[in-house]
Structure formats: structure tokens, C-alpha cells
Design a protein around this ligand. Structure first.
Ligand SMILES: NC(=O)c1ccc[n+]([C@@H]2O[C@H](COP(=O)([O-])OP(=O)(O)OC[C@H]3O[C@@H](n4cnc5c(N)ncnc54)[C@H](O)[C@@H]3O)[C@@H](O)[C@H]2O)c1
Length: 349
């Protein structure tokens, strides 16, 4: 019997009492896969190379994987991140060690698109204020006419970014009978028109949209992409939704725009600083709905991320390319090809 394919789970998948942090992450496919063994790591953050020396694959929650996490024995073949963000992983270190970095867009696509729609409906339906009015009893009911909601038919939603999540949002918005526009410098007219979306420049998007949603990655180019000048282009009746990354929006400028009623409101799953300081002025505003970077956290999201990570590590075990690799250059290297053919020989491809 040959040596098993050994999979490590980062220590933050387990509570101190040994029970799983996210029971919706179903480990059965790992448990039942022939030739596979798995184990939880001690909760070191960042991960230590010594912890990983006897593993072929790592499923990584929130702990950091740095260049010092790479063991020189060259055994680790894949790091599978639980989610799509990989700012906790040193991608260059992975690439130079021949380690593939896999992510799980299939797991988050629907849950984050649902989060955007949740915020849109809560903002335009004035859900939070109506909840408060109801709890006040008669005086609250007497003021309900002061808080008219905003109907969505014919209104314009503009998404900054039409990738995995932005495209899903547009697919889900079809029955809302809204006008759909987007700004994405890397997406062609054909892909946009297949989604029924008109591609426009960023300024035009901000001028025309009743709801602006941010769904692009945080990069040097997109940091403070939505700044004071761009917020000034928005209609006073418009809402801003950010479920992507906090620093894409200049939060000081947004807070000012909300305080001055320059825009109608905002729905934010992400902030520039997470968690925010208790005295952050954005926390005092009535026209903003906030979530702790967890609005998409559902049983199905976590099950989906887990299933995608297990698929990625089992693909590697069988000598196949995992589908969603960030550093695709690794797949062309001699190290990767040699290791894959060894895995195929040992575990049957
Ligand atoms: N809130 C959460 O829990 C959560 C969960 C998952 C993902 N996210 C975030 O959501 C965002 C979108 O994720 P995704 O999976 O759709 O990513 P993706 O890479 O599939 O799509 C991003 C899109 O943004 C476009 N883009 C890049 N630069 C742009 C720019 N300057 N202007 C406009 N568009 C630009 C890209 O061309 C791409 O089409 C990311 O920031 C991701 O980190 C948040």
C-alpha cells in the first residue's frame, strides 16, 4: 500500500474543544476518498513550515500562509483557500515552490449576489426604519407615511465589476424589470449584452444609477475608486452598496455624503477598517445598513466553499488540474507536471 495523500486543515477550522467551527463544511468526501488521510493543524498563525512537512494539500481558512510556511521538502502541492479572497496567502511564494493556489468562486457566487439584493431591498423598502417604527407602537404607526419606499421597476442598477458575483447579480435581477448597466474595463460588449447589461464608463454609471453596487477586486487601481468626486456624481436619491472590499470606497467621503444627505443611503457588508472603531461616525447614521463582512455567510455558502476545496484537493490527488487556480503559471512548471504524473500513477487519474 503506497503512502496516502495527506490533507491538512488549518487549525482555525476547529474550536478549542475540538469541534468544527463550521459544521456545514461536510468532510465526508475527504473521509471516504480512497488513499486520502486528513488532519487538523495546530492553530498557528501564520502557519509554520514544520507543521506542513508531511502534507500534500492544505485547506486554508483565515490563517496566513507566508513564504516561511513553505517547507523546503517540496511535498505540498496545493493550497485551497476557503473563499475567494487570498490576501492572506503569499502567492509568489506558492508559485516559486510549485504550489497551486485554488479558490472557491462557485461557493460564494450566489450567496454574495443574494447579499447585494438583500441590501437593495432593505434600503429601498426602508426595512430598518419600518422595523423601528413598529416597535414604537401607535406613535411609530402614525409616522409610517413619512417613510415611503422606492419601487424598483424601471430604476437603474449599475454594477462596478461584472465578474463571478456581478454577473450572477444581473442574472438574478432579470425579473425585477430594472435597467441594468455596468462598468468593467476587462469585460467585452458581447459578454455584457448576453447578460442584458449596457456597459458604460464609471462616471456615467454613477450619474445614471439609482443603485450603485461595487463588485470589483481591491487593487492599487481600485483603492478609493469611489471617492468624494465620484460620490458627488450620484443622484441625491441613489443608494450605494458595497459587498466587495471596504477600501474601494473612500469611507470618510461616503460618511460625509450620507451625513449631508448628498445620497439617500448605503448598504455596506465591508468597511475600510474591520472591525470598525466603536466611535466610527458611520455607525451613528440612520441611512446606512451595515453587516460585519458576513452577510453572505449561510449554510449553503459554507457547504459550497468546503465542497469546492475538497474537489480541488481530490483533483490534485488524482493528478488532474484543479479548476480554479489563481497562479495558473504553476500548472506549466516541470515540478507540477512531474508531481501530477506521480499522483496519477499512485492514485489513478
Ligand atoms: N463580502 C464578502 O463576503 C465577499 C465574498 C466573496 C467575494 N467578495 C468580493 O467581491 C468582489 C467581486 O468578487 P468576484 O468573485 O465577482 O470577483 P471576479 O474577479 O470574478 O470579478 C471582479 C470583476 O471586477 C472587474 N474589475 C477589475 N478592475 C475593475 C475596475 N477598475 N472597475 C470595474 N471593474 C473592475 C474584473 O474585470 C472582474 O470582471 C471581490 O472584491 C471579492 O473580494 C466579497
Amino acid at each position: 500500500m503506497s503512502e496516502p495523500f495527506r490533507v491538512a486543515l488549518s487549525g482555525d477550522f476547529r474550536k478549542p474543544d475540538g469541534s468544527p467551527v463550521y459544521p456545514d463544511f461536510d468532510l465526508t468526501p475527504l473521509r471516504t476518498a480512497p488513499g486520502v488521510e486528513f488532519a487538523y493543524l495546530e492553530p498557528n498563525n501564520p502557519l509554520l513550515s514544520d507543521q506542513l512537512k508531511d502534507f500534500d494539500a492544505l485547506i486554508l481558512l483565515a490563517h496566513r500562509f507566508t513564504k516561511d510556511s513553505v517547507h523546503p521538502n517540496g511535498r505540498l502541492a496545493v493550497v485551497a483557500r476557503f473563499g475567494v479572497g487570498y490576501d492572506t496567502v503569499d502567492v509568489e511564494a506558492c508559485t516559486s515552490a510549485g504550489i497551486a493556489l485554488a479558490i472557491t468562486p462557485d461557493g460564494v457566487r450566489r450567496p454574495v449576489a443574494v447579499s447585494i439584493i438583500t441590501l437593495m431591498l432593505a434600503l429601498t423598502g426602508k426595512l430598518m426604519v419600518k422595523d423601528r417604527l413598529t416597535r414604537e407602537g401607535a406613535p411609530g404607526f402614525a409616522r409610517r407615511g413619512d417613510h415611503m419606499g422606492v419601487g424598483l421597476v424601471g430604476r437603474t442598477l449599475g454594477s462596478i465589476g461584472i465578474g463571478n458575483i456581478g454577473a450572477e447579480l444581473f442574472r438574478m435581477l432579470k425579473p425585477f424589470d430594472m435597467k441594468l448597466i455596468a462598468h468593467d474595463p476587462y469585460v467585452g460588449d458581447r459578454a455584457a449584452s448576453e447578460l442584458g447589461v449596457e456597459l458604460v464608463g464609471l462616471d456615467e454609471l454613477l450619474l445614471r444609477s439609482d443603485i450603485v453596487s461595487v463588485s470589483c477586486p481591491l487593487t492599487a487601481d481600485t483603492r478609493h475608486l469611489v471617492n468624494a468626486d465620484r460620490l458627488a456624481l450620484m443622484k441625491p436619491t441613489a443608494y450605494l452598496i458595497n459587498t466587495a472590499r471596504g477600501p474601494i470606497v473612500d469611507q470618510k467621503a461616503l460618511t460625509k455624503a450620507l451625513q449631508e444627505g448628498r445620497i439617500a443611503g448605503a448598504g455596506l457588508d465591508v468597511l475600510e477598517q474591520e472591525p470598525p472603531d466603536r466611535d466610527d461616525p458611520i455607525l451613528k447614521l440612520d441611512n446606512v445598513i451595515l453587516a460585519p463582512h458576513a452577510l453572505c455567510w449561510t449554510d449553503q455558502c459554507f457547504a459550497g466553499n468546503g465542497a469546492a476545496d475538497i474537489r480541488a484537493v481530490l483533483d490534485v490527488q488524482r493528478g488532474r488540474e484543479p479548476r480554479l487556480v489563481v497562479n495558473r503559471a504553476v500548472l506549466e512548471t516541470e515540478t507540477w507536471k512531474r508531481r501530477s504524473s506521480e499522483f496519477r500513477a499512485r492514485f489513478g487519474g
